[in-house]
Design a binder for this molecule. Structure first.
Ligand SMILES: [Zn+2]
Length: 320
């Protein structure tokens, strides 16, 4: 049997991208399971949430946004350090780029390797990759919370850390006035979770509890459709938790009985596939996800760095 194509390297089908106006001056771009992005309009400027994988991909989004507003982008907020979220930053011409303290640490520590790794895994997202000027430099970092007043009667945008989750430095963007939450990759709506750099145990408990505590009425997750209404928002959060808990249950069980990571992978896939196997990037993510959780069970707190070589090695070991 021919071996499975590596990660999403064979996924070349173009997705439909849809700009949705969530409230006056609040925009989301969703893309059928590809990474979502957003923008929030203040009186005199725009705050962009997520940068996409390349300046070209970012420009495609900005072109759509420019049909609604021509204000300059003052702040670009990065929810976390992953290449497909940050390497398009230069296209925004932002005055400042904002992220969590740990996101800056992670870009400095492993941004280069992550760039190569994500390019290999998801080449389709890297439109005109030669346009990337280099790693993204963050200007403003914070540890807990930042509030940005939007002016007029627009209220403010709150950027907040909810604890370790999808990475060590995920932040959410919360609009209290509209009860809209941009959750980044901490929540996915009917898309598989990538947890290769995650803290599964924290994420599944306190971090998602904190995300849920906003009582958002609209939630834009990292991938998938916008969740509208508290019931659907809670469902997206609990789906995410269900994916994590399923992984935790199986991987810890196999780890405790002295099994192998390959067994953990196969049993986790069998458990999750009936519920989540049809979602985008499930097959792509699961080997990296299980390997990271296995490392956590081994007591490795700070995630090991993914490189091209390590990607292939883990893929070949698990996904055949
Ligand atoms: Zn991510």
């Amino acid at each position: 049997m021919a071996s499975k194509p590596f990660a999403s390297s064979a996924d070349l089908g173009v997705k439909t991208e849809t700009l949705e106006v969530l409230a006056d001056g609040v925009y989301a771009l969703t893309a059928e399971g590809d990474p979502n992005v957003g923008a929030i309009e203040a009186e005199d400027f725009i705050i962009a949430f997520e940068a996409r994988a390349t300046p070209k991909a970012a420009n495609d989004w900005l072109e759509m946004l420019r049909k609604h507003t021509n204000k300059p982008v003052k702040y670009l907020v990065l929810s976390h350090y992953h290449a497909v979220r940050v390497l398009g930053a230069s296209a925004f011409g932002a005055e400042s780029i904002i992220a969590h303290d740990n996101t800056k640490v992670l870009i400095d520590e492993r941004g280069k390797q992550d760039w190569a790794s994500e390019f290999g895994r998801m080449p389709r997202l890297f439109r005109e990759p030669e346009g990337i000027p280099g790693l993204t430099q963050v200007d403003i970092t914070f540890n807990n919370k930042i509030e940005i007043p939007l002016g007029g009667d627009r209220g403010s945008l709150i950027l907040e850390y909810c604890g370790r989750g999808h990475t060590a430095g995920d932040i959410v963007a919360w609009l209290p006035k509209h009860k809209i939450l941009f959750a980044g990759d901490l929540v996915e709506a009917a898309a598989a979770l990538y947890t290769g750099d995650a803290f599964h145990f924290d994420w599944a408990k306190e971090t998602l509890d904190k995300v849920k505590s906003y009582r958002a009425e609209t939630l834009v997750g990292g991938r998938g459709a916008v969740a509208r209404g508290i019931e659907n928002v809670d469902a997206a959060i609990e789906q995410t938790r269900g994916f994590l808990n399923g992984m935790i249950e199986k991987v810890t069980e196999v780890h405790k009985r002295g099994g192998t990571v390959k067994e953990a992978f196969e049993e986790t896939r069998d458990l999750l596939a009936p519920k989540f196997g049809m979602w985008p990037i499930f097959e792509h993510c699961l080997p990296f996800d299980v390997q990271r959780l296995w490392d956590e069970c081994d007591g490795i707190d700070w995630p090991r760095i993914w490189t091209d070589e390590r990607d292939q090695e883990v893929w070949n070991k698990l996904q055949d």
